[in-house]
Design a binder for this molecule. Structure first.
Ligand SMILES: Nc1ncnc2c1ncn2[C@@H]1O[C@H](COP(=O)(O)OP(=O)(O)OP(=O)(O)O)[C@@H](O)[C@H]1O
Ligand SMILES: [Ca+2]
Length: 861
């Protein structure tokens, strides 16, 4: 990468700002001057522009031409009807579009990246866009850097700058000023750049540039996520819609041809053919998807699942495997220390002896090799460490006082691959390294043991008892940490040897499963979804918890990360279905697990929170990031974020995803079956050379009333738990099965049949005018009734008649307007007698009765 830049000295107006950060007033002034920390996105379309867009539609252009032609032909009334259809449809389209966009944008804002900054002397988390120059960024592993900043302090700080330099190996950063006229961006070790992320370590930096002034802002054109592409379903529907339009055009051309051959006037035939096309084409097709997704994702957000990528909603319904972290997702992540093992004894959490030097050392060192803080009422930090601080407090030790007295001078931070961490402290006039981590990992690094009697070389026998103690803790589902230390010479932290340690003892803590987990796991299994637990914790702990919540039936279903390392990809694939629990895994293992399941034809959801989880989250069909415990990098790689980190939220999301899909399908089924009904009637009349069954204005009216509104109402059908009784949808399955097509045809035929009966009755009893009016009214009503049929596969008598108010609204609007037309004699309808009206209502109700009876008889509740 050839970007060169001149180094900047940090511009701090006042040096003390480093200590306390900016004040609100300073932030306000900067904001006024520089604005928000944002890259400029393309301007969003105004409602007016969206409205105009609606007229670029192929169908609408045809309609407009038809309106002009009919005006020329002197059919002013028809022109007006067509134009109002166009206007109304455009208005409806615009409202839907703007609403959907608004709702999706509000979701985006909810999952917007955030940053930790020092303001008014306190560390606060703020949305990245509110960062200003001069802000002190507090950066930690997993953070996205949201502005260009000069490093002030660093502890093993490694930053990945691949988005800027293309170099995927993280760069070590420190405060040492890099001088020189033109230094390549990759060599600016004293700067953190916007768009990069912290892979490990921590540090502080002062913001030097924001928004478009950052290096990434200068390169611009990086807004790959800015535009939401259409989802696969939308694309499939677009294609389907086009194919349908062509099919319908062909039918209309044939009807037109037949009409002309039979000597009907050219202009009339033309108008009729066009109106038929308009009525038959389901123009609401794609807006239904948008609107269902918009409402559905809002609902999901309220239930703590934020959709970041819209296409994820469709895949949600296909999920057949959910791979979930244990800690915090299946469990509460509220750790409490339960037991100690020290000096050859197992002790309860309240059985340490005050005044016992050895016990006190164990507690105090646990506070030092620890970044959590609970002073000040709030628990900040890793729950594992919070548990240690809390137990220390119970025995009267204060974490801040301890850390003040025994200054930390170096550290190697916790890493989920190593599974332990070390800190170096000045204790008295000695330098001591304290190491804490997983017992099995630390034991090989331990050579001595401290007991009440003093320090001695550790014996094989002692190691064996320690292993046994650790084992029995884990058996009870506890997380076990070992704590050890050693004296070190003043060396660079990088040169620390974490070996030859002296063991102080073991600390076991409990993290109970979340209350909802067991039920959610059961729901999952009933819905044909395999839940899999993935954890960094010990295998025995994992088995204990997984057994309790129903993920695992037999301990043989659990493996460790190192076991799968021995397996080739093919071997893993062969065994994958037998494994329910993966323990002691590193993030790298996750991606192999996802792939193996995917190769078996599954759709996989995978949870993650750390930087190293990002590849697995991207590989999964649905990457699920933790909103509370997750890093910004994990969130960015995910397609869904859980704001409560709860496993049961994923299961709810799956249920919502399935419901949305079935609602969309039902709405489309309504459109297709109703339109098919209209076409069947026209074809029937055409083939038998009967008079036209509908006037053009009638078709347009039917289109207006019975297409979009009820379809949208069906799309908004309340979600039902029943969707979780079925197996997941096959990902290769088309939108409609053969059965669905059969059903749509049958329903269309039923509606056509009653309309034809009404038409024939009108012909024999009154004449063509009565016949058209009766056919028109029957079709209109039958379709309105049919709206209730399409709410669900199940009968509405089991669903509850009034559980979808939108359906009633659409229905009532339709019925009232139809009656208005009939009584006022609009659109050239004939005045119907009482008997004829009864006939119309009776006939229109027949398909409803037949279909509902069928559902009551043949659909299991
Ligand atoms: N702060 C810590 N300091 C030292 N050791 C730790 C710390 N946190 C966890 N460990 C050790 O590392 C092991 C793995 O922890 P890790 O955080 O990778 O798993 P986890 O992410 O908590 O579990 P899960 O993958 O289910 O969420 C733990 O079993 C514990 O022994
Ligand atoms: Ca239509």
């Amino acid at each position: 990468m050839s970007v060169m830049l001149t180094p900047v000295k940090p511009q701090l107006d006042e040096p003390e700002a480093i200590g306390r950060g900016l004040t609100d007033e300073e932030v306000r002034l900067k904001r006024e001057k520089d604005g928000f920390n944002e890259l400029h996105e393309e301007k969003r379309k105004s409602a007016g522009a969206v409205f105009i867009d609606q007229f670029k539609d192929f169908l609408v252009i045809i309609l407009n031409i038809a309106a002009v032609i009919s005006a020329f032909l002197g059919e002013v009334e028809s022109s007006i009807v067509i134009l109002s259809v166009v206007l109304l449809n455009a208005a409806l389209g615009t409202i839907q579009h703007v609403k959907a966009e608004k709702s999706l944008n509000s979701l985006k804002a909810m999952s917007a990246p955030s940053a930790n900054v020092l303001r008014n002397g306190k560390v606060v988390q703020i949305p990245s866009r509110e960062v200003v120059t001069g802000d002190i960024l507090i950066i930690n592993a997993g953070d996205y850097i949201c502005a260009d900043a000069r490093i002030l302090e660093s502890y093993s700080l490694l930053i990945n700058e691949s988005s800027l330099t293309g170099e995927s190996v993280p760069v070590e950063k420190n405060a040492e000023f890099v001088s020189g006229e033109h230094v390549a961006l990759g060599d600016r070790k004293d700067m953190a750049f916007s768009g990069s992320f912290v892979t490990s370590g921590r540090g502080k930096a002062v913001v030097t540039a924001i928004g478009m002034d950052t290096e990434i802002g200068k390169i611009a054109d990086l807004l790959e996520n800015a535009k939401e592409k259409s989802t696969p379903l939308q694309e499939r529907l677009d294609q389907f819609g086009k194919a349908l339009a062509i099919g319908i055009t062909v039918i209309c051309l044939i009807v037109f041809g037949l009409d002309v051959i039979r000597g009907r006037e050219l202009a009339d035939s033309f108008m009729f053919a066009v109106s038929l096309a308009v009525a038959a084409i389901p123009e609401a097709l794609s807006s239904i998807v948008t609107i269902v997704l918009a409402f559905g994702t809002q609902k999901m957000a309220k239930e703590n699942a934020i959709i970041r990528k819209l296409h994820a909603v469709e895949s949600l319904g296909n999920i057949s495997v959910i791979c979930s972290d244990k800690t915090g997702t299946l469990t509460q992540n509220k750790m409490t220390v339960q037991l100690f093992y020290t000096d050859g004894q197992m002790l309860g959490h309240d059985q340490l002896k005050p005044g016992n030097k050895h016990h006190e050392k164990l507690l105090r060192m646990a506070l030092l090799c620890n970044d959590a803080v609970t002073s000040g009422g709030q628990e900040i930090g890793d729950p594992t460490e919070v548990a240690l601080v809390n137990i220390g407090k119970q025995y009267g030790f204060d974490e801040l006082a301890e850390r003040e007295q025994n200054q930390r001078i170096g550290e190697i931070p916790f890493d989920s691959r190593r599974k332990f961490m070390s800190t170096v402290h000045r204790i008295g006039h000695k330098q001591v390294m304290i190491t804490k981590g997983a017992t099995d990992v630390l034991i090989p690094r331990i050579s001595r043991i401290e007991t009440a009697g003093g320090v001695q070389a550790i014996s094989l026998h002692q190691i064996e008892s320690i292993r046994q103690a650790s084992h029995s803790f884990a058996d009870g589902g506890l997380r076990v940490l070992a704590l050890a230390y050693k004296e070190v010479l003043p060396t660079l932290p990088g040169a620390l040897q974490e070996e030859g340690l002296t063991l102080l003892g073991l600390i076991a803590m409990m993290d109970p499963p979340r209350e909802e987990t067991e039920q959610a796991v059961a729901d999952c299994i009933r819905a044909g979804i395999k839940p899999v637990m993935i954890t960094g914790d010990h295998k025995i702990t994992a088995i204990a918890i997984a057994g309790k919540i129903g993920i695992l039936n037999d301990p043989s279903e659990a493996v460790e990360g190192k076991d799968i390392e021995k397996l080739s990809d093919d071997e893993l694939k062969d065994r994958i279905e037998e494994i329910s629990v993966y323990a002691r895994v590193s993030p790298e293992h996750k991606i192999r697990i996802v792939r193996a399941w995917q190769e078996k034809g599954n759709v996989v959801a995978m949870t993650g929170d750390g930087v190293n989880d990002a590849p697995a989250l991207k590989q999964a069909d649905i990457g699920v990031a933790m909103g509370m415990a997750g890093t910004e990098v994990a969130k960015d790689a995910s397609s869904m974020v859980l704001t409560d980190d709860d496993f049961s939220t994923i299961v709810k999301a799956v249920s919502n995803g399935r419901s949305m899909y079935s609602n969309i399908k039902n709405a489309i089924q309504f459109l297709l079956s109703g339109n098919a009904g209209a076409i069947f009637v026209v074809i029937y009349a055409s083939l038998l050379a009967l008079p036209v069954p509908f006037l053009p204005a009638h078709l347009l009216f039917i289109n207006l009333l019975t297409d979009s509104l009820p379809a949208i109402a069906i799309g908004l059908e309340p979600h039902s738990k029943k969707v979780m009784k079925e197996k997941p949808r096959d990902k290769d399955e088309g939108l409609f099965s053969k059965r669905d097509v059969m059903q749509i045809t049958m329903e269309g035929l039923l509606i056509a049949a009653v309309t034809i009966i009404a038409f024939q009755y009108g012909l024999s009893a009154g004449g063509p005018a009565d016949a058209t009016t009766m056919a028109f009214a029957t079709l209109c009503l039958a379709r309105l009734f049919h709206g209730f049929n399409c709410r669900s596969k199940d009968s509405i008598f089991r669903l509850g008649l009034f559980t979808n108010i939108a359906c009633w609204t659409a229905f009532l609007i339709g019925v009232i307007l139809l009656n208005l037309v009939l009584t006022l004699g609009l659109f050239e309808v004939a005045q119907l007698g009482k008997e004829q009206l009864y006939m119309v209502y009776g006939l229109a109700f027949v398909p409803f009765i037949i279909i509902q009876t069928g559902k009551l008889l043949f659909v299991k509740s």
